[in-house]
Design a protein around this ligand. Structure first.
Ligand SMILES: O=C(O)CCC(=O)C(=O)O
Ligand SMILES: [Fe+2]
Length: 281
């Protein structure tokens, strides 16, 4: 059976239960009527489309040690197990990292809004974790992100396709996120798909205004697999849609580096291993 993702009304009396059930069953939860201001998302999409269209972006090339700044498509990630680079370029924003001065305030405001919501959603997960799962958490989930400094806002630009792309390359090859939770406003174009339990790809409802939340590997690890980090990808547009670019804005909620996730991993050791696999560290 193909599961369908249903948008949960953030204002509903049982929003918490519905949302955490969706995360448990599919690794994804979709929220509508949530507190993130849609206008701020739309404004960021417009501002950053201009940034990616400009040559200025090359003045902000990413710092390999700290991972902040602009990642051109030539160094873009190669998803684990794949050979082709994704057809994307992106900018990593941290409050302490590099950012064009004129664009900083807008991004910082969104970073704070999205962080506040992400922290709340993490407490929903914490409260509704069954006891045998909670006892696996080495510290309360809500504690893991306090003063973390590692939470990352990524502005992603998938350029229009012009036919020169490598055969078989797609906008974002199938992957799992590394962090605890990801918060992603619906992008300005479709393409995001999630892998269902039966192996079929399911389109994520992309109504502008929806917020898509998914579990990352660190929460899967910390919960002993109770919350699944589900594989997802972004497919290429077809026909006349190929001329359209796509912008998206995931916030990756990360714990402090010293947080112990499991017997096998601290957050720091886990992140470093994964970045090496992606070919960006
Ligand atoms: O662009 C999107 O919609 C998803 C991006 C994504 O999955 C990622 O950057 O990890
Ligand atoms: Fe992802």
């Amino acid at each position: 059976m193909t599961q369908i993702l249903i948008a949960v009304d953030y204002q509903a009396a049982d929003a918490k239960e519905q949302f955490v059930r969706s995360l448990r069953e599919t690794g994804f939860g979709v929220l509508k009527n949530h507190p993130i201001q849609q206008q701020s998302v739309a404004d960021i999409y417009a501002t950053w489309q201009s940034f990616f269209n400009s040559e200025e972006k090359h003045d902000f090339t990413f710092n390999k040690d700290t991972q902040d700044g602009f990642f051109p498509s030539t160094v873009s990630e190669v998803a684990k197990g794949f050979k082709k680079k994704d057809i994307k370029e992106y900018f990593h924003y941290y409050p302490w990292g590099q950012c064009p001065a004129a664009l900083k305030q807008q991004l910082q405001d969104y970073y704070e809004q999205a962080n506040a919501l992400a922290a709340e959603l993490l407490t929903w997960v914490e409260e509704l974790s069954p006891e045998d799962v909670s006892k696996l958490y080495r510290e309360p989930l809500s504690n893991m992100i306090k003063q973390s400094g590692q939470t990352l806002l990524r502005v992603l630009h998938y350029p229009p396709l012009d036919g020169s792309e490598e055969p078989d390359a797609i906008r974002a090859a199938a992957h799992e996120d590394i962090n605890l939770l990801t918060i992603l406003p619906a992008a300005n174009e479709p393409g995001l798909q999630v892998k269902g339990k039966d192996g079929n790809w399911i389109d994520v409802p992309c109504d502008f205004g929806n917020l898509i939340v998914n579990i990352g590997d660190m929460l899967q690890e910390a919960s002993g697999g109770y919350f699944p980090s589900t594989t997802h990808r972004v497919i290429n547009p077809e026909g006349s849609d190929q001329t359209r670019s796509r912008i998206s804005l995931p916030l990756f909620l990360h714990p402090r580096p010293d947080v112990v996730l499991s017997d096998r991993h601290s957050a720091d050791s886990y992140l470093k291993e994964r970045l090496r696999e992606l070919g960006v560290a």
